[in-house]
Design a protein around this ligand. Structure first.
Ligand code: ZN
Length: 133
């Protein structure tokens, strides 16, 4: 298993980690298989979405922060229930096909670390599994 360190700078933030996953993959000799990208946190997630226009990330955060407000009479003593809810909606993992030694992402797709309770130092675990055809 590999670990990527992510330092986030805002309360909510989407950070493109595609390059870091690709860099880890380039050190392996895997032609065909799968990559599992897993976020071991309860207030951060991972998603795959558009890598071209940064306004897409801005709009995603703007809307999710409206739908799930930071304060809404939550009971959780830590005061970060909004982050927990967003994390479950986005999800803790993504699975990406590897073919010809490359992550098989669409042209406009990037892998994004999703911070929902930053700024913090975070981890992403990546597992490459060789096999299949
Ligand atoms: Zn909490």
């Amino acid at each position: 298993m590999e670990t990527i360190s992510v330092k986030t700078g805002s309360r909510t933030q989407l950070i493109n980690i595609t390059g870091k996953v690709n860099e880890l993959l380039s050190r392996k000799n895997i032609q065909s298989g799968i990559a599992v990208v897993f976020v071991p946190h309860t207030t951060a997630a991972v998603t795959i979405n558009e890598n071209a226009d940064p306004d897409v990330q801005r709009d995603m955060l703007f809307e999710i922060n409206k739908v799930i407000p930071f304060d809404d009479g939550y009971h959780h003593f830590e005061g970060n229930s909004a982050a927990h809810i967003k994390t479950s909606l986005f999800g803790a993992s993504e699975m990406i096909i590897i073919e010809n030694g490359q992550l098989q992402l669409g042209t406009w797709q990037g892998i994004y670390f999703c911070e929902f309770d930053g700024p913090r130092s975070r981890k992403v675990w990546v597992k490459f599994i060789s096999g299949g055809e």
